[in-house]
Each structure stands twice: as structure tokens, then as C-alpha cells.
Design a protein around this ligand. Structure first.
Ligand code: NAD
Length: 466
């Protein structure tokens, strides 16, 4: 393990932008607007690429050292992340741990060389080549963890990375960049911060060979358009509207806690949160009450307060969206079994909300609320529930909850999404392919697929005789 040194983020130039603490709604720091530096940063990533791509063993060692450095800096990274993102401190620590784990996982993955056999007297093989500078663009809900999901496979594959965090959460990522620079050669990973159009400029920069983007569907579409113009590879991990389908034999008391946290963790700001629950009509009111009871009693407060289990929504625009979707559902005839309103305190706090009697056409059901609001809908026939679960434009994840695991698995198999769980939700393995279907994404991240997503095949044919 490296010795622990205090982490010093790079000095902020005067052209900065405000970073707000969502627990107060007030500015607590600034980050630099680095738009003007972008060309120089991409050039540096290109220059650094030649050395980085040529030394796989050095790369693996550097990524392992980077993982140790990240872990050692956890006590400084986690509070800063909580301050700008809002999540409880324990969850920020978990992000740091996950970031280090991902670096270690990819440090040990190698693409290898694959021989091709088609009966011809030629020795043919596929060797995998890195692409060049990669643009990694991430949102504000898991700034460190999602950044590592991009830079760890990209770097392991021999690319260099320009990483752009959300302007809502630039600070912990800047600090992370500084921590990583102790283990990586200069220019191999550079963090750039700024407001739009920085992301758009980065995604369409001619020096970028792969754009790996996580964010909303509309922004993903814009990124895909600019990547298409320059024929740059784009990997898109986009929004979700995951359904949890409860079966007739579900044990409500046993699963209620797990289901609640699958929907409300990180204040519901998880791409793969449970965003709709379908319960058999016979059990519907029990499910609503079990979830509402937890929503009424969970400790909501600033993430730095050790008793807080849920923090604020991250930003004012997201809070307005959550408020709007909830008000619209209530106006359409829904009832709040818990919450339904902002909390009367400074900051962006919204009461954990469980909605019942929600029309199936309400935007809180058909769209992505991305906040602490959960509609629970009854169904009469299982086919109806599966059809409704599959009935949106999204296809990220889904889950089925019941006692008979074979039956639950058969229902899970019918979900149109990238990952389905039984009696759980949103628990991901570092080794799994991560890919939404429909509008939830394009391309595959995660596991060996994530490594190959950052490589191109290079084929050599060599005859057996000269
Ligand atoms: P967003 O799309 O508004 O922003 C994402 C990132 O893109 C930010 O860094 C932003 O500054 C940048 N950006 C904005 N406009 C851009 C442009 N024209 N070109 C390039 N970059 C641009 O998303 P958000 O509000 O930050 O995050 C919430 C969304 O992210 C939700 O929809 C959520 O489901 C999704 N998300 C998906 C996953 C996944 O893995 N599928 C994971 C987390 C979050």
C-alpha cells in the first residue's frame, strides 16, 4: 500500500464556476471552466498514448498502484463527494472502494491473441489494438464509480482518457484525477471540468477515437449524432425505468426492505433503481403500506450527518423534475401513501414518496423520475404486468420477486432489458456485460466486453511458406 499523503486538488483558475452543496443549496466551492484548454488536453492525451499503448506490463502495474492510491485517499475523496453529490458518507466510501476494485479487475484482464481456423494453409490471428484518446463523459449520480467504469477498461486496453464529470459534481473527480496522476504517466488520464458546451466539444473533438458516455437519453442521442458526424465509436449507457414485478407467492414482509432500498438508494438517483412496482391486486395495499411505512421512517438529512440514510436530491433542476412528476401524478388522481412534497428545510430535500392509484399513463410511470418517488401499480393477470414492465422505451434492468425461484426466473426471462434480477435489484458484478436495450443504451460496457469495447481487432494473415 502506498503511504497516505493529503491529496491536493489542482489550483482553481479565476474562470471558475460555482459548485453547490445540495444539502444547503448554497455554493461551497468552485471548479475551473477548462473549455479553452480542451485542444491542448486532447493533444497531450494523444502524445501520451504512444508510450502507454506500448507497455502492457507497465500498464497493469500502474493500474494496480492507482487502485492502492485511490483507496488510500478514500478519507478525503468520500466527504468531498458527499458534499457535492449529497449521498450519505458511507455510500461515498463505497464508491471509492468500487473505483479501486474496478481498477484492479481491469489491471488483470488481457485481450490475448486469437488464432483463426478456417481450413486454409495460412496462419491467421486476431491481435487487439487500442483506439487512441477516449472521451469519458459521466453524470452526477455516481461520479467516481461511473468514471472508473469508463477509464479502467479504456486504460487497461492501452488507450488514454480525457474524463469530463458533470458540472454538478466536478470536485471529487478532480481530486481523483490528482490521486491517479501519482500512479499514471502524464497525459494518460486528464480530468477536464466545465459547463456546456464542454461535453459537446469533447464528444465531437477530432482527436477523440471513442466516446464513452453515461447520461440521459436526450443527451445520449446528441452524443450519438456528433459521433456519427466524425464516425467515432460511441458507447452509450443511458436512462432506465426499471420495473419490479412481484408474484402471487411473494413474501411481502421479507422483501419490503430490499425492495425499498432498490428504489430509494442514492435518493432514487440510480439508472437501475426500481422505478415502478407491479403488485398482484390481492397484495397491492399490503405492498404499498410496507413501502410507505419505510418511506415515512427513513432518516433523511445531509449526507455528512452519520444518522442520514437518504440525502438530498442532487440539484435544483432534478428536484423540479421530481416535484413536477409527483404533482402531475397527484393531479391525475394518484394518492401519496407517504411523502408527496418537498421538505420544509434548506437544500434540495424531497420526502420519500410512495404513490398509489397512479394512472398507467402518468409520466412518473412511463418516464424516468430519477428521484425518491415510487409508483406502485396493481395487476390482475401476470401477462399484463410483464407487458407493462416491457411497455416503455427503456430497457436497462428489471426484477421479479417471489418465493418459487424457478417460476420467478421464467418470468425474469421475459423481461426486455439488459440485466434481470430475482428478489434483488441493481446488484452488478464487475465481470458482467452491462448493456441496456432499446433507448437505454448502445454498445457494451463491463467485464471483458468492456475491455473489447475499447479495442479494435487487427488481423494478420501469414502463409505457412514464403
Ligand atoms: P445528462 O445527460 O444531463 O448529463 C450527462 C453528462 O453529459 C454530464 O457530464 C453533462 O455535462 C454532459 N453533457 C450535457 N450535454 C452534453 C452534450 N450535448 N454532449 C456531450 N455531453 C453533454 O445526465 P445527468 O442528468 O447528468 O444524469 C442522469 C441521467 O443519467 C439519467 O437519465 C440516468 O438514468 C442516466 N444514467 C445512466 C446510467 C447507465 O449506466 N445506463 C448510469 C447512471 C446514470
Amino acid at each position: 500500500m502506498p503511504t497516505h499523503r493529503p491529496v491536493r486538488a489542482p489550483a482553481v483558475p479565476r474562470t471558475g464556476f460555482a459548485v453547490l452543496d445540495p444539502a444547503t443549496g448554497e455554493t461551497f466551492d468552485e471548479a475551473p471552466d477548462q473549455g479553452p484548454d480542451l485542444d491542448a488536453v486532447v493533444d497531450a492525451a494523444h502524445d501520451a498514448w504512444h508510450g502507454w499503448r506500448a507497455a502492457p506490463a507497465v500498464r497493469a502495474g500502474a493500474l494496480l498502484a492507482a487502485a492502492d492510491a485511490v483507496e488510500a485517499a478514500g478519507t478525503e475523496l468520500a466527504p468531498l463527494l458527499t458534499r457535492e453529490q449529497g449521498k450519505p458518507l458511507a455510500e461515498s466510501h463505497a464508491e471509492v472502494v468500487r473505483t479501486a476494485a474496478r481498477l484492479r479487475y481491469f489491471a488483470e484482464l488481457e485481450p490475448g491473441v486469437q488464432p483463426l481456423t478456417d481450413g486454409r494453409p495460412v496462419r491467421s490471428e486476431v491481435r487487439w489494438r487500442p483506439l487512441g484518446p477516449v472521451a469519458a463523459i459521466v453524470p452526477w449520480n455516481f461520479p467516481l464509480q461511473l468514471a472508473s467504469a469508463k477509464f479502467a477498461p479504456a486504460l487497461a486496453a492501452g488507450n488514454t482518457v480525457v474524463l469530463k464529470p458533470s458540472p454538478y459534481t466536478p470536485l471529487a473527480t478532480r481530486m481523483l484525477g490528482s490521486v491517479l496522476s501519482s500512479a499514471l504517466p502524464e497525459g494518460v488520464l486528464t480530468v477536464v471540468t466545465g459547463r456546456e458546451p464542454l461535453g459537446a466539444r469533447l464528444a465531437s473533438h477530432p482527436g477523440i477515437r471513442h466516446v464513452t458516455f453515461t447520461g440521459s437519453v436526450p443527451t445520449g442521442r446528441a452524443v450519438a449524432e456528433s459521433a456519427a458526424a466524425s464516425l467515432t465509436r460511441a458507447t452509450l449507457e443511458l436512462g432506465g425505468n426499471d420495473a419490479a414485478v412481484l408474484l402471487e407467492d411473494v413474501d411481502v414482509d421479507r422483501i419490503a426492505d430490499r425492495l425499498f432500498w432498490a428504489a430509494f438508494r442514492n435518493c432514487g438517483q440510480v439508472c437501475m433503481a426500481v422505478k415502478r412496482v407491479y403488485a398482484p391486486a390481492r397484495l397491492h395495499s399490503r405492498v404499498v403500506e410496507a413501502l410507505a411505512q419505510r418511506a415515512r421512517t427513513v432518516a433523511v438529512g445531509p449526507g455528512l450527518d452519520p444518522v442520514s440514510e437518504l440525502g438530498p436530491v442532487n440539484n435544483a433542476a432534478q428536484l423540479a423534475r421530481v416535484e413536477h412528476y409527483t404533482a402531475r401524478a397527484l393531479a391525475d388522481g394518484a394518492r401519496a401513501a407517504a411523502g408527496g412534497h418537498r421538505l420544509d428545510r434548506p437544500g434540495y430535500f424531497f420526502a420519500p414518496t410512495v404513490l398509489t392509484d397512479v394512472p398507467a399513463t402518468s409520466p412518473v410511470v412511463t418516464n424516468e423520475q430519477f428521484g425518491p418517488v415510487l409508483p406502485v401499480l396493481p395487476y390482475a393477470r401476470l401477462d399484463e404486468a410483464v407487458e407493462a414492465a416491457n411497455g416503455t422505451g427503456f430497457g436497462l434492468g428489471g426484477s421479479v420477486w417471489g418465493t418459487d425461484l424457478d417460476r420467478a426466473e421464467a418470468v425474469a426471462d421475459r423481461l426486455e432489458c439488459g440485466t434481470a434480477w430475482i428478489n434483488h435489484h441493481a446488484e452488478l458484478s464487475l465481470a458482467q456485460p452491462f448493456a441496456g436495450t432499446k433507448e437505454s443504451g448502445a454498445g457494451v460496457a463491463g467485464g471483458p466486453w468492456g475491455l473489447y469495447g475499447n479495442l479494435r481487432p487487427f488481423v494478420v494473415h501469414r502463409p505457412e511458406e514464403a
